[in-house]
Design a protein around this ligand. Structure first.
Ligand SMILES: Nc1ncnc2c1ncn2[C@@H]1O[C@H](COP(=O)(O)OP(=O)(O)OP(=O)(O)O)[C@@H](O)[C@H]1O
Length: 318
């Protein structure tokens, strides 16, 4: 067993970031990331994801609180921390006249012990585009070049700010596979994303930021467990909701009927689903458009955003 498994590679304690005009973008957040984990920071636009990642990358000094990356202060000890980390920013901003290979070579010149540029270009599937100028790349190819550059120094810790924005479904899947392989080889990854399925697929643990605070955190399963599961179906002609057994007995915690479509919410999915199907069987009817699903991270995310918004409204109303 790897004795470093429990090592906290990233530690964030009561972190705050305040911008010039006094705006507090990060309002006292704490979390840690263990070696070899993929940790996702999620949140609506302006939630504070990039502001947080920049502090972890040592690009700015926190207004308050503490950040440690590999046990060091990434701002004060940048020269020590930077060579062991890889950073993929939201906008790479490379000279657009250079080719892909020239860009990688130029970047490699700034990285001590850089691996050959061909190797990183192959990792991200850009080896056949090596001779193409950056300005001729598609948006997705540029994102992959950003990722290749972040991998040049074989980093122990990788910061990925929205790594798959602009990629098509296939490109996104390829990036996920690559991040998964990096994790398997022991790299610690902190990523921000707007794609909830990306976090669900990749993240060992995640935090959902809302207005600079952590609204929920844990494994994807822990975060979704707080949300109800859903069952929906079409009521057969001539039937009404009242024809079903009492919903309370089926473990239903909420329901809606729109025309003839019934939507049930439940925290006891198996009990509710079994009750509904047993009723249909007894009644000898077919439930068309039957859909039974556990809560997804997307529902948890939207639920948190809605709750947080209504709390804010109440705060203002108070
Ligand atoms: N340089 C700056 N000066 C003042 N305010 C800023 C600055 N940079 C960001 N902000 C504000 O801080 C808040 C958090 O921004 P941040 O970019 O960290 O959010 P984000 O979660 O990464 O958003 P997105 O998903 O849109 O990238 C926003 O309200 C933003 O307008």
């Amino acid at each position: 067993m790897d004795t470093n498994e429990d090592e906290r590679v990233i530690e964030v304690t009561d972190l705050r970031r305040v911008y010039g005009g006094g705006f507090e973008a990060v309002r006292g957040i704490s979390f840690s990331v263990r070696r070899g984990e993929v940790f996702a920071l999620l949140g609506t636009n302006g939630a504070g994801k990039t502001s947080t990642v920049e502090l972890l990358e040592g690009l700015a000094r926190p207004a308050a609180g503490r950040v440690r990356v590999l046990g060091r202060d990434p701002y004060a000890e940048r020269a020590v921390v930077r060579p062991r980390t890889g950073v993929m920013l939201q906008e790479g901003g490379f000279p657009s006249e250079l080719t892909v290979a020239e860009t990688a070579r130029m970047w490699a010149g700034c990285v001590s012990g850089a691996r050959p540029e061909r190797e990183v270009l192959a990792l991200v599937g850009l080896e056949r585009r090596a001779g193409v100028r950056v300005k001729q790349l598609s948006g997705g190819e540029r994102r992959r070049l950003d990722l290749a550059l972040a991998l040049l120094g074989e980093p122990e810790v990788l910061f990925l700010d929205e790594p798959t924005t602009g990629l098509d479904a296939e490109g996104r899947r390829e990036t996920w596979d690559l991040v998964g392989a990096l994790r398997d080889s022991g790299t610690t990854v902190l990523l921000t994303t707007h794609y909830l399925e990306e976090a669900e697929d990749l993240a060992d643990r995640l935090a959902i930021l809302h207005e600079g605070r952590i609204a929920a955190a844990g494994t994807p399963a822990e975060v979704t467990a707080a949300q109800p599961s859903r069952i929906s179906f079409e009521l057969p002609d001539g039937y009404f909701l009242g024809d079903l057994p009492p919903l309370g007995q089926l473990g239903v915690s909420g329901h809606e009927v729109e025309r003839n479509v019934v939507r049930l919410r439940t925290r006891e999915l198996q009990r509710t689903a079994t009750g509904v199907l047993a009723w249909a069987e007894r009644a000898g009817v077919e439930l068309r458009r039957l859909d039974v699903r556990s809560a997804s991270l997307e529902e948890a995310f939207l639920g948190i955003a809605r709750e947080a918004t209504s709390e804010t409204v109440e705060e203002y109303a108070a």
